[in-house]
Design a protein around this ligand. Structure first.
Ligand SMILES: Cc1cc2nc3c(=O)[nH]c(=O)nc-3n(C[C@H](O)[C@H](O)[C@H](O)COP(=O)(O)OP(=O)(O)OC[C@H]3O[C@@H](n4cnc5c(N)ncnc54)[C@H](O)[C@@H]3O)c2cc1C
Length: 406
């Protein structure tokens, strides 16, 4: 593939972390051609992880999460079109049509539209979801309008649900988390790790209800009533749901690209030689220590790394690209959980340091290969163990090297 030239016009659709990182990396690598950034949101690119942590709990203002500050925007020399969503892409003519009716033609197109929160089949207009600055503004306003302590229900005990619960509890709310499974994070980290984490909400003063089957959500006499299978209804002042997200690909229906649980791209993040996809929306070919898979990974670090990779391939195709090892963190119930690699719920889990309720390092082992490392309150040990995922390591080799113990 020929590298980008100064006469090329690159169109980036989606102004989140991945879209912005792609632009920054292209400029860093010397691309001087025209770049246009289109985004559905009215805000310039900003960082999402603090939304459910520092921003919701009131520690940070919105200005502290801006990625594309006016200075950086000016330095990157980008034409930015905010509040105008892409509604279609014609892959053959490389034309993107916006909601306003405007048509943009480019030499290369980057799809970076991320994900949208999955909605419950009921309670529309009553339930809050959290993905954007506007969502946080709306949620904070709902909570602030209530006498303290506000009764807050969180549907979903996954990463976002747990973080929102923690932040609203810190604001003085009385919080209950309603989890569908028999423990939070069961389907992500498996039963062993989920059991080690199960005491965190209670220790933080947050009520956790597992095995919850919600059948209806209605507003009844000023409260939000949550009906449950075989149980009495619960009543809250505010209800928030964090039940996962789906890739924002509706606008690509007639693009001619392969859309299958995300925009399908190769290991270079390319769907075609001139159309790439990066970040949460991209389902990319990934070579891990346990084999080659095609996955969509909703992690901040992966959004950044995939964007960097595409920019490098388009600007400096002959240079080697860095190995991608997924990294994820979550700050919940006063603890930091960190994950390197891709754990599967069916992995064998071996705790190699610490003890279950306080702080630990665990290896997730698949077919005798260390596939992932999960830690609780052990950030240094996690980072020191990264080398275990750069090439296949058996459990015996990992225990022999024990990098977490250095
Ligand atoms: C509340 C929250 C907390 C998180 N915490 C963590 C964490 O602790 N650790 C971690 O690793 N990850 C975390 N994440 C995940 C991380 O933020 C994402 O992986 C990252 O933001 C993905 O970046 P992205 O650019 O691919 O997508 P996004 O950040 O979702 O950006 C996509 C952008 O595209 C826009 N868009 C969508 N459709 C269109 C369209 N048709 N036309 C134009 N624009 C469009 C969207 O409005 C959005 O602005 C968190 C996410 C959220 C929401």
């Amino acid at each position: 593939m020929r590298p980008l030239e100064a006469s090329d016009h690159v169109l980036v659709v989606g102004g989140g972390l991945a879209g912005w990182r792609f632009i920054e990396e292209c400029r860093r690598l010397g691309f001087t051609g025209r770049i246009t950034l289109v985004c559905a949101e009215h805000h310039p690119p900003y960082d999402r992880p603090p939304l459910s942590k520092q921003v919701l709990s009131g520690k940070w203002g919105f200005d502290e999460i801006v990625l594309a500050t006016p200075e950086r925007l000016a330095a990157a020399s980008v034409e930015v079109l905010l509040g105008d969503a892409a509604v279609s892409l014609d892959g053959s003519s490389r034309t993107v049509t916006l909601a306003s009716g405007r048509e943009l033609v480019a030499d290369r197109i980057v799809i970076a539209t991320g994900t949208s929160p999955r909605h419950l089949p009921f309670g529309e207009g009553i339930v809050h979801y959290l993905r954007t600055i506007d969502d946080v503004v709306a949620l904070k306003a709902s909570v602030a309008a209530l006498p303290t302590p506000a009764r807050v229900g969180i549907i979903g005990g996954g990463f976002i649900g747990a973080e929102v619960a923690t932040a609203l509890h810190a604001l003085g709310a009385e919080v209950a988390v309603l989890e569908a499974a028999s423990a939070p994070l069961l389907s992500v980290l498996g039963p062993t790790i989920a059991s080690w984490l199960s005491g965190l909400p209670g220790d933080a003063g947050i009520r956790l209800l597992n095995n919850q089957r919600i059948t209806a959500i209605e507003r009844v006499e000023g409260a939000v009533e949550v009906s449950r299978d075989d149980d009495v209804p619960l009543h809250f002042d505010v209800l928030v749901a964090g039940i996962g997200a789906t890739p924002a690909t509706e606008w690509l229906a007639s693009s001619g690209l392969t859309i299958d649980k995300g925009v399908v791209v190769d290991a270079s993040m390319c769907a075609t030689p001139v159309i790439g996809a990066v970040g949460d929306v991209a389902r990319f070919t990934w070579e891990s220590v346990t084999g080659t898979t095609s996955e969509r990974i909703e992690h901040w670090q992966v959004a950044s790394d995939t964007a960097t990779r595409l920019a490098q391939l388009w600007c400096t195709p002959d240079e080697p690209v860095a190995q991608l090892i997924p990294y994820f963190w979550s700050d919940q119930y006063g603890a930091k959980i960190q994950v390197l690699g891709r754990p599967s719920p069916s992995d064998d889990v071996v705790m190699v340091r610490g003890e279950p309720t306080q702080s630990w390092v665990a290896l997730c082992v698949r077919d005798d290969v260390v596939a992932a490392i999960v830690t609780l309150r052990q950030p240094r040990a996690l980072m020191r163990s990264r080398s275990l995922l750069t090439s296949p390591q058996s459990l015996a080799m990992a225990l022999d090297r024990a990098p977490w113990a250095d």
